[in-house]
Design a binder for this molecule. Structure first.
Ligand code: ADP
Ligand code: MG
Length: 252
C-alpha cells in the first residue's frame, strides 16, 4: 500500500514543488511506483512533470466527483501525475459547504493506494482548507526549509496545525523529514540556520541537503525533472541522493 507524503510549508518559494517533482522522478528512476498529486492551483508541478496544466480532469474534478480518479491520472516518463488546474483555486471556498470536506482528497487518493509505493502531495503555500485536506490524506509530511535567515519563521505555526490535525482528524500523521533547500554551505549564515533547524527537529533533518543550483530553476520551463534536464548537475545528484536516503529510512 502506498505511503502518502504531503510536502508542506506555508511559506512560498522554499522548494516544495522542486522537491516534489525531482524526488518523484528520482524514485521513479530507482524503480519505485510513484504518483505526484499536484495540490496547488498554480499547477507548477504538473507542468514541471511535462503535463498540460489546462487539462479539464484534475485533482479538483476528482474531489468533487466530476471525474473518476484513474481517468485523471497521467502517466509520464518520470512517474504518474494527478494534475492540478485552475479550478482548484476556487476549491477553498466551494468545499466549505461540502460534507466531510477535510477528507475529499483522502477519499480520492485511497482509491489509488494499491497502485503505488509512494504518493507525494505538492501543497499550496497556506494552511487553509487545501493543506488541511493534504494533512488528512497523508501518512507523513516532508517539510522543505530554505537555508536562510527566518527559515524557522512559520514552522511553529505549521507544527501546531499538525498537532491539531493529529488530535482531531488524522492521528497517524507523522513527520517524515525536514529538507534543507537552496543551501549554500559556504556561508556561516546557512550553517547557523542548519544548526537551528536541527535543534528544532532533532533527528528529523535529512543529511542530504539541496544546494542552490541554477539548473534546478531552469528545468521546469523545459517540462522536465532535473535528472532528465541535466543529469550531471549538482541538483540532479542531490535529489538522487535524497531519494536513496528516503528509501533507506522507509525500509527500516
Ligand atoms: P515552492 O513550491 O515552495 O513555492 P519552488 O519549488 O517553486 O517553491 O521554488 C521556488 C523557486 O526557486 C522556483 O523558481 C524554483 O525553480 C527555484 N528553486 C527551487 N529550489 C532551487 C534550488 N535548489 N536552486 C536554485 N533554485 C531553486
Ligand atoms: Mg509550489
Amino acid at each position: 500500500m502506498a505511503k502518502i507524503i504531503a510536502i508542506v510549508n506555508q511559506k512560498g518559494g522554499v522548494g516544495k514543488t522542486t522537491t516534489c517533482v525531482n524526488l518523484t522522478a528520482a524514485l521513479h528512476e530507482l524503480g519505485k511506483r510513484v504518483l505526484l498529486c499536484d495540490f496547488d492551483p498554480q499547477a507548477n508541478s504538473t507542468s514541471g512533470m511535462g503535463v498540460d496544466k489546462s487539462l479539464s480532469q484534475g485533482v479538483y474534478q476528482v474531489m468533487v466527483g466530476d471525474a473518476p480518479v484513474r481517468e485523471a491520472v497521467v502517466s509520464t516518463r518520470y512517474g504518474d501525475v494527478l494534475p492540478s488546474n485552475k479550478a482548484l483555486a476556487g476549491a477553498g471556498i466551494e468545499l466549505i459547504s461540502m460534507d466531510s470536506r477535510e477528507f475529499l482528497l483522502r477519499n480520492a487518493l485511497n482509491q489509488l493506494q494499491d497502485d503505488y509505493d509512494f504518493i507525494f502531495i505538492d501543497c499550496p503555500p497556506s494552511l487553509e482548507l487545501l493543506t488541511l485536506n493534504a494533512l488528512c490524506a497523508a501518512d507523513a509530511l516532508l517539510v522543505p526549509v530554505q537555508g536562510e535567515y527566518f527559515a524557522l519563521e512559520g514552522l511553529s505555526d505549521l507544527m501546531s496545525t499538525v498537532r491539531i490535525v493529529r488530535r482531531s482528524l488524522n492521528p497517524r500523521l507523522e513527520l517524515e523529514g525536514v529538507l534543507l533547500t537552496m543551501f549554500d554551505g559556504r556561508t556561516n549564515l546557512a550553517l547557523q540556520v542548519a544548526e537551528e533547524v536541527k535543534r528544532f527537529f532533532p533527528g528529523k533533518v535529512y543529511s542530504t541537503v539541496i544546494p542552490r543550483n541554477v539548473r534546478l530553476s531552469e528545468a521546469p520551463s523545459h517540462g522536465k525533472p532535473i535528472t532528465s534536464y541535466d543529469r550531471s548537475s549538482r541538483g540532479a545528484e542531490s535529489y538522487t541522493a535524497l531519494a536513496r536516503e528516503f528509501l533507506r529510512k522507509n525500509s527500516q
